[in-house]
Structures are given as structure tokens and as C-alpha cells.
Design a protein around this ligand. Sequence first.
Ligand code: ADP
Ligand code: F6P
Length: 324
Amino acid sequence: MAKTVKTIGVLTSGGDAPGMNAAIRAVVRAAIAKGMKVKGIMRGYAGLLQEEIIDMESTSVSDTINRGGTILYTARCTEFTTEEGQKQGAEICRKHGIDGIVVIGGDGSFRGAGKLSALGVNTIGVPGTIDLDIACTDYTIGFDTAVNTAMDAIDKVRDTSTSHERCSIIEVMGRHAGYIALWCGIANGAEDILLPERYDGNEQMLINRIIENRKRGKKHNIIINAEGIGHSASMARRIEAATGIETRATILGHMQRGGTPTCKDRVYATIMGAKAVELLASGRSNRVMAYKNGNYVDFDIQEALAMTKDIPEDQYDISKMMSR
Ligand code: ADP
Ligand code: F6P
């Protein structure tokens, strides 16, 4: 018979993402509805080790569903990657009567969650990252808001790019993953999309296409460059020198991580947060919430971390077809 979970903790870890507050709110209210107590752990694993732990009531999450960022703050914590740090974290959970934790974050945060689970603290991960780079799930909290924010910004750059008949390189977030770049590339009708997973560094090809596009009468030339490739400013200088077409670089940066979450992010985050509590209530541990093939499901953390995902080739091909 599974041990009854009486008190659960909730934390956000790694890069923040719009919709994390909706997930925290769902965890708090779903747990209270099941008669559990809730403790908020501030600043991810760093706050756990510092015992920055607060009691949370239903009203602690009032007025948060529409807010970007995370009311629990977030951090990266090297100490927690050590065995000693993890044991200390599990000990602190026991000291505070926390017998289950919901960890909202990315793959790194789930590795930490897996360690806590192995040390006897029931743990459930909820995927929160704007990068969409968690293999077990088709959806991650924050991606929808981030791509909509980036899309709006790129539309604005496009206006001025067309007016001045310039080439624009717009850098979007994604150090290792090109999903934001791919989606913006399709949604903004970019002439080229540079993805960390695909770009071979062949700048001459880009230059040839810009010249060709200009000959075909295109007034602007939008290149979406993922952060993982970077060097947008120097790329712009080289392209301008090679084509004779004025070229500007715009780096969208952290604006993509903030702002009011979209409807989709609020709804999916709420459902995943509530379902994470259901898992804990039914005695489950070491699971990650996911949205896969149209259903909310959960996976074993280690199995989830072993999964891989790549840019869908057909979508990438369509993006190229649309830009010609
Ligand atoms: P994300 O969760 O967005 O992938 P990070 O990779 O920065 O972000 O991980 C967030 C935090 O998770 C790290 O700062 C660290 O505290 C914890 N973490 C990452 N990897 C591990 C690991 N192998 N073991 C334990 N904790 C880890
Ligand atoms: O949240 C994911 C992400 O935005 C990545 O795309 C990016 O590489 C990273 O976070 C940057 O995070 P920070 O600037 O907080 O170190």
C-alpha cells in the first residue's frame, strides 16, 4: 500500500517560462482540494538547500494565472548536482514534512527530481521551458507564449525591413534546440531558418539565396537565426559586404521568456499541474507529466530522459518550400 502523501512541495527550476505560475497555482489548489498541505520552495534546488520554504494557501496563488515569470523564483544550483547536495535536499524535505514534490522545469531539473525520488521523496516533473526540447512531450509550458512573442516582434522588424529594402537577421532563443526558430520561420514567412540541429555553416548558400531573392523582386529578406548558432551581428556584416544589400541584426533575447502567458500555456499548465498532484496522491513517484499525441500522459523520469527528439524533417522541408 502506497504511503499517503500529506504535504507536497512545489518548485520551479532552470530557465523560467510563461505559464509556470499557472502550473504552481494548479498544484497548490489541486493539493488543497485533496486535503493536502502545500509548501512553496523558493529558487529551485538552491532554495531547497537554503531551506527557503513557505506555507502556501489557496490565496497565495491569487492573481497569478495571468502573470509571466515564476512567483517562486528560479535558479540554477550546482551544489544539487552532487550526491551530498541531493542527500541534504532529501533530508530537508523530511525535516519540513514534505513527502512529495512537483518540480516544474526542464531536463536538468528532472535529473534532480529523479535523484530526490531515489532518496525516498516522491517526485513528479512538469515540463516547463520555452525551448520545447523535452523529448517525451509534444508540449512544454512557455513555448506557445514565447513563439507568439517572437512572432509579433519579427512582424515588426519585417515592416521596417521591407520599407528599407533590407536584409534582416533575427536571432531567437534556443541554445541547443531550433523549435522556436522553426516555428517563427514558418509563421513569419522567413526566407531562411538557421537551426542548431541543421545549419552546416554554409554562409555562401545564404548569400546566393539573398541575391537570387532580390533579383526575383523580394523587398526584404528575413533570416531567423537560433541562439545556438549566434554571431548574428558579424553574419550581418559579412552578408552586407557580400551582397551590397543593407543588412541589420536584431537579437530578441530574454523578452521571449517573459510576458502574459497565452491561453494555451495557461490551460495546459493548469491541467499538468493538477494531474501531477493526482499522481502524487495515488502514490506515484519518479514520473514526468507529458502531452503526447493529443493525450496527457506520464513517463518514468529515467525513460523520459533517455528519449530523443529531433526537428521534424517534413516541417523543415515545408518551411523551405514556402520561402522559395
Ligand atoms: P532545465 O531544468 O531548464 O534543463 P538546467 O539544466 O539548468 O535547466 O537544470 C536546472 C537545475 O537542475 C540545475 O541547476 C541543477 O540544480 C539541477 N540539475 C541539473 N542536472 C542535474 C543532475 N544531473 N543531478 C541533479 N540535479 C541536476
Ligand atoms: O529557457 C531556455 C533558454 O531560453 C535557452 O533557449 C537559452 O539558451 C537559455 O535559456 C538562456 O538562459 P539564461 O540566459 O537564463 O542563462
